[in-house]
Structure formats: C-alpha cells, structure tokens
Design a binder for this molecule. Structure first.
Ligand code: ADP
Ligand code: ZN
Length: 818
C-alpha cells in the first residue's frame, strides 16, 4: 500500500492566544511542503487564514489524550511560501521577546490578504456542466455529492470563480481541486497586470466661497475645511455621508476642486525630474565606508552605530553601504522613522539604484502594499525602503539593514506585537549574518551605551560636509523676557526681532512649536478646572479654525463652552499657545511675509506636504511654522534662523525619557539651520535655561549629554542599565480594572525574590483613555530572562482567571510610560 502517513501542521492564527493550533493535512495537500505558506483552516464556525509554522507526522499529545478529532485544513494559498525560514525564526523571536501572541505576531509579518500575486481561477468544463445536470435530476443527493452539487451550482451560474472567492466557504477550495482532477473544472493562474493607480482628491475651493446652500453642501464643506482638509473622494463620501453626484455638481459650479494623485509608489511624479547630488566623499565618510565594506565582505553579523552630527552626510554613507551589499550579491533594507521620509530617502535610493528599489509602508493601500511585498518576495526588488514594518521585508540573502534616526520612538509599534523596529533589525541582522547600521546625530542612550560597551562598532562623522559650521545656538530665558516686558506673547521679543531681520535679509526662518492647535486648554478662572475630554483624563485642545475643543487622543470634540461645565462660572480663558496661534501671531506681526504652517491640521495628504515643503525649498515662502514635522530630515539651503518656541514642553512629562527626547528634538531642529552656504542661528525659548538637556543641546554636545543622562539612569535603575516592562490593566469599569490589578499584583509578588522589581499597581499617568480606566505596573530587572518569566506568568495567570486578553497590555522595552 502506498498510503502516505498522515501529516499534521502547526498553524499560527490571528487571534490573541499564545499558542499555535494543530490541523491535519488532507489528501490533496499531502506531499506538498507547507511551512511558510498561508493556509485556510476552520476555526470555530469560520474559515480563517493562518500561517503554517511546522509540520510533523504525529498528532499533538492533547489530541491523543482526549482522542479528539484533529480538524483538517481546507486550503493552501501560496505556491511560493510567503515567509522564508529566517522570517519564521524572526517571528518566533518577536513573540518570545515581546511576550506577544504568536498568531498576531505572524500576522504583522505577512502581506495584506489581497490576492494579486496569483489568483487561481477555476472554470467549469462541459463535462462539469453535464455532471451538474445529472446531479440536479437525481431525486435525492447525499453526502459528498451534496457538497459537489452546491459548488457546481455556483460554477454553473458564474462559469468561473477565483480561489480567493472560494476560500470564503470552508472546504470549497479543496473540493475545487478535486473536481479539477476529475476534469469537471479547469484551473489557471492569473497574474493581474500592474496599472498606474490614481485616486481623486477633493478639496474645498476657498476662492469661490459663497455661503453653502444646502445641508449636504454644508456637511461637505465642514468635513473638507474644518474637519480634515482635502480628502480622497471615497473618504469624503464616507465622512460626509453624501453621494458622488453631489460632489460632481459642486465640482461643476466651482465650489470643489479635484485632482488625481498617484498611489503607486514607484511612479511618484515627484521622482521624474530629480537629479541626485554628486558628492565627493570626505575623509570621515570614506573611513566609515571602508569599515562597512570590510564587514559586508566578511559575510558575518556586525552591528554599528553611525554617529554623525546633523548635516554630516550620513545619507551618502548609507548609499555606499547599499552598494557594498549589492556588489556582493546581497540585498538591503533601509528603515526610516516616518512615511514622509520614505519619499525623501526613497527618491535618493531610487535615483542611484533604479527599479531594484521597493517602498513599503502602512499608508499604502493594501493592494499596492501586497504588490510591492510580492515583488520583494519574488526577488524582483533587492532594496526595500520603508517604515518600521519593513524590517520584515521578505528579502532573502540579506546583507544590510540601515536604521536611519535610530532613536526615534516611531520605531516602536504601539500595538501588539509591541516590537521595536530598530532592535528587531539588529536581531534580524544577527540571524542572517548581515550588517546592521544604525544612524543618528543623537543616538538613543541604549545604542550609544552598546557602542561604548563594544557591543556595537562605532563610526563617527565628526564635522559637517564642506566643514560648514554648526549653527550658533542662543538660549532665550523667558523669565527674563517677562520681567522686562511684563506681558506674554506667543513668541519672545528676541525671536520676533530675529525673524524680522531674516525678512529684511530675504533669507528664511523656521519656527518649531511642538503642540498643534490654538490653545492647549480652556481654563475656568472661577474654579480652576480645565475642560476635559469625556473619555480621557486629558485637557481638550482648542482649534480656532474649527471652533472646537478637541481631544488629541480619541478625537472627541465639542464647541467651546461659554460657561464652566463644572461650576458654571462665566470667565473661561484659553491657556498656552499652539502652532495655530503662533502662525496667526506671525501673520499679524509680519503681514507682508509669506508664511506657511506644517502640522497635522494643515497637511493631510502627501501632495499638500510636498507642496508646502517644495514651496519652502524653492524660496517661495519666508517663514515655515510647524510641529516636529519640520524638525526632521530636510535640507533647506536658505534657512538661517530656527526658532524653538516652548522648547521645554516635553521636560514636564512624567517619563524617564523626557530629558532625552528634549535633547534630541532641540539638536535635530538646530541642525536645520545653516545647511547651505549661509551660516545659521538657533533661538531656543525656555523657562529652564539651566537644564542640562537644554544646555547640552545648545552646545550640540552629545557625549556630555549622554554621560550626564547615563549617570541618572544608572542611579535610578532605568534603561540601558536595566530591562524595563510596562504592564497596563484597563477596562471601562473601574472596579474591574482595580480587581484585576490586585490579582496581578499577587501573581507578580513571588518574582520579587527572583530579582524583578515591581512598582505598582498605580493609576497610569493617563489614568483614563478612550473610556478605559487604566492602572499600571512597571517591572524592572537587570536580567531579561527573569523579567520575561514574570510577564509570561502574568499572561498565563490572566488566561487561567478569565481576565480578558484585551484588558492587559504587556509592553517590553516601552518607548514611554504614559
Ligand atoms: P545628515 O543626514 O547627516 O544630516 P545628509 O546626508 O542629509 O546629512 O547630508 C547633508 C547634505 O550634504 C546633503 O545635501 C548632501 O547632498 C550633502 N553632502 C553629503 N556628502 C557630501 C560631501 N562629501 N560633500 C559635499 N556635500 C555633501
Ligand atoms: Zn479623549
């Protein structure tokens, strides 16, 4: 007998459970390798797509014990396994290290579930139709034949169908394969052709503004002007609950403007007339590249920090490193902290390496992301530029992973699995024998610590290109300023004067104010309370153009009340100036200047962002005001002044990284000044001029800052000197949150003896968020394994005690503690 031995397969499913599930592999799929391929399985009453992680000849012990029947998988999706072996290993590591459910972890490694790589299309044959006719004439249909009948009926009506469609019904795909073998259906693989895809963007035409005539028009206008700015058509239709025809009518009469934007990353119109700079490398850059070449040629794992001051030309080193990897027949990943930078960096990389570059980030429509993903998987692209999740790009033969601005908290995913893209990059490099290159002007404490300890190599670019000097930084002491002037204004007199000077000189200025909105809060002079969000324990921010108080956490908004909601006092007053107010103030002060604002309220689409930055780069604007969006990455030759309003905002946060974040932000913005031929000046406004984060940022002295900050961290047992985890317990009902926190406290207690320090439970700094009451534990341990054990035990405990999985968030190496 040639019966194959039965096979079983371990499948990770996208559910918040910490185990895989075993399925039996039925006949049609037996004999095919399954590991790394997506499979369709019955789960409860539904069919679900998971990923096969392992195969075995033995049923799981649990099945033997209970003599339970192991269910069969019903479909196998990818003929080329979606995940190569190294990525499976990486997924297991993420799940272990970040204590994340395995299925949810693997879901973030997989491409979006749109079928485009290969849609298998089944078509009914004449034999099939004949067989169906016979079946339908039969007086009674039973057993296997009734399933066949249902499926053939579907084909008789539709002629053909795709595997994606069939998959929706459990078993249908496997059955279709059987019918193909019996000649009742035929099957073929169809690859969908690549099209340039565009989408229609709609904006309100401010020039043609007459008052809105109808309710629908009013709604559209509200959504487009006040709420959101220009929007893709389908989003507008959904948000404003209006029909396409109304939009068309308003477009005809000129109230709305529309244009097409491409959404195919490779065909960005921005790319076409771009000529990359041809730079001759300086000595530092050459030295760094020589080292990198050596490591890449050695074909072994190495991790290095590329520490270069702002404007020292790190990008050229990245490009050289990629070239080194490609020349050895290897592939490379470039991670950048935000989507906007994938444009900037992607463009440079594409200019050098052409079509071999793929761009991956989460804002791409699923279908585009899947297309790029499979292009990479099939080996048609050998360089991937992307945000955090691109660390999972399915490249094989990886030689290099670059992490630009490695200190950015954007590398930390704030949902399950809560991985840090930078640390994952280093681990992946170690798995693949590749080089991890972490670049920054202001490295995280962790990374610099590793470099000093010899765990990472250290490459330094000590000066700016062409020996341009770093900008002079002047600290403006707001206490002094107030003593002299006896009144507060959105920006200091010193900054106002400095901007006036730039306007006269006809150079450019940038103003950073790291809070959006008009006022930070609305305060009652009677009882002293601020107007709070209904769902979160946070003050609402006033947005003047929208005439609303808005929660920046959950989006809740109300009209500003005339009376205090608490004491009904009449004297409400706005406190704290945000970017909208600073923008308005500058326009009042400098009516003839060309001023633009860059924050999430003014730029909503890629096009707007590019327009504003493009105009500024071309010198069509005098002043650019904005949130930290203006702080990063860009190179403007004519900027001679950078002003930082309320530079100490972040210092007040209840977070051990407050000083580090302040230092980083100030150094980054300071680096925006004086990048061209003209020298630059930076004004930093603060109430704490003596704070070391501000002082060292003014001196642009990273190493001194590091030493001082490291001293505190060591004393107070914070990273990088100890491993840290945050455990948050949350629920809509405060009693539940308290009860579960108490239970967890008991569960953690024994771990104190194993070297884990447990702080809490205490109300989280953001005690209420999106209606949830939140309590938190902070766990610290010099040993990661001890910490990991405590966290795993806690999750097992929750599962055993029926504490819902969504109520407890475990965050290993948290980016912040609030
Ligand atoms: P960083 O990322 O280190 O802040 P960039 O890589 O953005 O700096 O480089 C800053 C500017 O210097 C860019 O305009 C780049 O084209 C230019 N540049 C880089 N290397 C050189 C060089 N060797 N000589 C002259 N200009 C250079
Ligand atoms: Zn809120």
């Amino acid at each position: 007998m040639s019966l194959m031995s039965p096979r079983y397969c371990e499948v990770a499913l996208p559910v918040p459970l910490r185990s895989t599930f075993t399925y039996a592999v039925p006949e049609p799929f037996n004999g095919q390798p399954l590991v790394g391929r997506r499979v369709v399985v019955p789960f409860g009453k539904r069919a679900m797509v998971g990923i096969a992680l392992a195969e075995s000849d033995r049923p799981p012990d649990s099945a033997l014990l209970k003599a339970a029947r192991v269910k069969e998988l019903t479909g196998v999706m990818d003929s080329l396994p979606a995940l190569p072996p190294k990525l499976i290993e990486l997924g297991h590591w993420i799940s272990r290290y970040y204590i994340a459910p395995i299925g949810e972890t693997f879901r973030s490694l997989l491409p979006p579930e749109t079928e485009l790589c290969e849609a298998r299309t089944y078509t009914i044959t004449d034999t099939g139709r004949e067989y169906f006719r016979q079946l339908s004439k039969a007086p009674e249909i039973e057993g296997a034949e009734s399933a066949e009948f249902v499926l053939l009926k579907h084909f008789n009506e539709n002629d053909s169908s795709t595997s994606a469609r069939l998959r929706r019904r459990a078993g249908a795909e496997a059955l279709a394969e059987k019918l193909v073998r019996r000649g009742l259906l035929t099957a073929s693989e169809v690859l969908r052709p690549r099209k340039t895809r565009t989408q229609k963007i709609v904006s309100w035409n401010a020039a043609a503004s007459q008052p809105a005539k109808s309710e629908t028009e009013k709604r559209i206008r509200e959504v487009l002007t006040a709420e959101r700015g220009p929007l893709p058509l389908h989003v507008l239709l959904e948000k404003a609950h209006v029909s396409r025809s109304i939009v068309q009518r308003l477009e005809k009469i000129g109230s709305l403007q529309t244009w097409e934007e491409t959404i195919t990353p490779g065909e960005d119109p921005w790319d076409t007339d771009f000529i990359p700079p041809a730079n001759v490398l300086n000595a530092d850059q050459k030295q760094a590249l020589e080292d990198i070449w050596r490591w890449i040629v050695a074909d072994k794992f190495a991790a290095a920090l590329l520490h270069g001051v702002t404007g020292s030309g790190k990008t050229e080193v990245y490009l050289g490193a990629i070239e080194a990897a490609l020349s050895r027949g290897k592939t490379a990943i470039v991670l950048v902290p935000e989507i906007a930078l994938t444009l900037w960096v992607g463009r440079l990389v594409r200019a050098r390496f052409g079509d071999r570059v793929a761009v991956l980030h989460s804002a791409l429509p699923d279908i585009e992301r899947a297309r790029e993903w499979w292009r990479v998987r099939r080996g048609e692209a050998s360089i991937v530029v992307g945000t955090r999740s691109a660390v999972f790009a399915p490249l094989e033969n990886l030689g290099l992973i670059i992490v630009d601005e490695e200190q950015e908290s954007a590398y930390k995913q704030e949902e399950t699995p809560r991985y840090n893209g930078r640390d994952t990059a280093v681990y992946r490099a170690s798995l693949e024998g590749a080089v991890a290159l972490l670049g920054s002007a202001t490295p995280s404490l962790e990374t610099f610590h590793n470099a000093r300890a010899g765990k990472y190599q250290l490459l330094q670019l000590t000066s700016r290109v062409r020996n341009r000097p770093l900008a002079d930084v002047r600290i403006v002491d707001l206490r002094e300023e107030f003593r002299h002037r006896q009144r507060a204004s959105p920006i200091s007199e010193s900054l106002r004067a400095a901007i006036a000077l730039r306007l006269e000189e006809k150079t450019q200025a940038m103003v950073l104010i790291n809070r959006r909105g008009y006022s930070w809060s609305l305060l009652c002079r009677g009882c002293g309370s601020v107007v709070q969000c209904a769902n979160c324990s946070i003050a609402l921010t006033y947005h003047k153009s929208r005439q609303r108080l808005v929660c920046h956490y959950c989006g809740y908004s109300i009209r500003p009340p005339k009376q205090c909601p608490k004491c009904h006092g009449q004297y409400m007053y706005f406190v704290g100036d945000g970017s909208e107010r600073v923008d308005e103030y500058l326009r009042e002060q400098f009516p003839s200047a060309l001023i633009a604002r860059l924050d999430r309220d003014t730029v909503r689409t890629k096009r707007e962002y590019q327009q504003v930055l493009g105009a500024f780069a071309k010198g069509e604007l005098d002043v650019l005001v904005g949130t930290q969006m203006v702080a990063k990455g860009h190179d403007f030759a004519r900027v001679t002044l950078v002003g930082v309003v309320a530079a100490d905002l972040a210092l007040g946060r209840p977070d051990f990284r407050a000083a580090e974040r302040t230092f980083q932000l100030l150094t980054q913005v300071a680096g925006r000044a004086g990048r061209g031929e003209l020298s630059g000046e930076v004004l930093v406004e603060t109430y704490y001029p003596e704070h070391y984060a501000i002082q060292y940022a003014a001196q642009q002295d990273y190493v001194s800052f590091y030493e001082k900050e490291a001293q505190f961290r060591r004393l107070l047992h914070y990273p990088p000197f100890t491993a840290l985890a945050n455990v948050l317990v949350r629920d809509h009902k405060v009693e539940n949150a308290i009860r579960w926190s108490r239970a967890l406290a008991d569960c953690f207690a024994p771990f104190e003896k194993q070297g884990v320090k447990i702080l809490g439970p205490a109300a989280a700094p953001l005690a209420r968020l999106r209606r949830d009451y939140r309590f938190q534990f902070v766990l610290k341990s010099p040993q990661r394994t001890a910490l990991g054990k405590a966290l795993s035990a806690a999750l097992d405990f929750c599962a055993a005690k029926d504490i819902p999985a969504t109520a407890v968030i475990v965050d290993v190496d948290p980016a912040n503690l609030f």
